[in-house]
Design a protein around this ligand. Structure first.
Ligand code: NAD
Ligand code: WQD
Length: 334
């Protein structure tokens, strides 16, 4: 059974991926400093899988923490989620973002090199595309200058892996992951006021926020609101298993590959909110507001390469994503 280091494995996407890894027969070792997660996530994972995964508290920017980890565990491959991810905050604290996301990646790769570990899956983001001219975007779309320090850390992260040919890497560009495990035992835990749409919607529906502000209805899109590609976090989790299998099983692949992970379905803010209300039978208090600075009008994926090469496609509908997101919000309140 392969042992996989999952940095940031207590977080939103990491915790769901740990469940998928365990179900696929991998042994995950979670490494997280809990800066944006909580130890209670382990209980949630155990309730789903019946087994509490191994968790080591540590920081990917600490060579000492990584050394202790790699010397005490036989690691076959790494999935690197650990990063700071708030786009707006990254402009206020760029050094913190570069230190954590770039410093952390370099520190991790150095530790991997020292211990002879070559396979790594890297969490990238659709934010690398910025305001692309043609939809849907595929992986050959040239990348513009990043729109935020956060976006820049994802472009650089991909580039660092490309330049270091001694590693075998898969970069996964996530579009908009939402939802939660259908059991409601794990989900997203935004600290403070949510930046992302769906956690804001669920909190507004639950009465924890006065009203959702829809950021702009004057875009050149079918209903005037911005368009994105939302995918279920469990589909995203499964894609990591597919990426890992490819790294471990296919020897004659390029040393660096990149894949879009999305459904390929464009969905507007208005459609998402209406679908949430319909599926869950709850109203979402909402007001129309100005555009949010830095937002692109539309961004959705061509996920064809992931289908062709990884054999992965997103299976869950928007309805399922929003039902599971609401189920999680309600469990949180209990
Ligand atoms: P998250 O904040 O829920 O999870 C990240 C985890 O990493 C947290 O548990 C946090 O405590 C940990 N962490 C952060 N810095 C660390 C460090 N220095 N050392 C150890 N642990 C550290 O975020 P998420 O939504 O699960 O995102 C996971 C990855 O996916 C990130 O790299 C993020 O940039 C990327 N991503 C997320 C989205 C999204 O919408 N959620 C979209 C595209 C890409
Ligand atoms: C979605 C849509 C908002 C909140 C961000 C990052 C990206 C990636 C995913 C990490 C937009 C609108 C939102 C609200 C709203 N993360 N909105 N009211 O902006 O597509 O992408 O998360 O890599 O890098 O930029 O996602 O969920 O913030 O917004 O109207 O209160 O919802 O304007 O059109 P986004 P989001």
């Amino acid at each position: 059974m392969k042992q996989v280091l999952v940095t940031g494995g207590m977080g939103f996407i990491g915790s769901h991926t740990v469940v998928s890894l365990m179900e696929a027969g991998f042994r995950p070792v979670i490494f997280d400093n809990l800066c944006n997660s909580s130890e209670s996530v382990l209980e949630g994972i155990a309730r789903i899988t019946g087994v509490k995964p191994l968790f080591i508290r540590g920081d990917v920017t600490s060579a000492a923490d990584l050394k202790a980890l790699f010397t005490s565990h036989n690691i076959d491959a790494v999935i690197h989620f650990a990063a700071l991810k708030a786009v707006g905050e990254s402009s206020e604290k760029p050094l913190e973002y570069y230190r954590n996301n770039i410093g952390g990646l370099i520190c991790l790769l150095e530790a991997m090199q020292e211990h002879g570990v070559r396979d790594v899956v890297f969490s990238s983001s659709a934010t690398v595309y910025g305001s692309a001219a043609h939809m849907p975007v595929d992986e050959d779309t040239p990348l513009p200058a990043a729109m935020s320090p956060y976006g820049s850390t994802k472009q650089m992260g991909e580039r660092i892996l490309f330049d270091t040919g001694s590693f075998r890497s898969v970069c996964l560009r996530y579009f908009n992951p939402i939802g939660a495990h259908p059991s409601g035992h794990i989900g997203e835990l935004p600290l403070g006021v949510p930046n992302n749409l769906v956690p804001y919607v669920t909190q507004a529906a639950a009465g924890l926020r006065k009203a959702l502000t829809i950021f702009g209805d004057d875009y050149h899109t079918p209903d005037g609101t911005a368009v994105r590609d939302y995918l279920h976090v469990m589909d995203l989790a499964e894609a990591h298993v597919a990426a890992l299998n490819r790294l471990q099983q296919v020897q004659d692949r390029p040393h660096w590959e990149v894949f879009n992970l999305g459904t390929g379905n464009p969905v507007s803010v208005k459609t998402l909110v209406e679908t949430f209300e319909r599926v869950n039978g709850v109203p979402v208090p909402k007001v129309m507001g100005a555009r949010r600075q830095g937002d692109v009008p539309e961004l959705w994926a061509n996920p064809g390469r992931a289908k062709q090469v990884l054999g992965w496609t997103a299976k869950h509908s928007l309805e399922e994503m929003l039902r599971d997101a609401w189920n999680w919000q309600q469990k949180l309140a209990q």
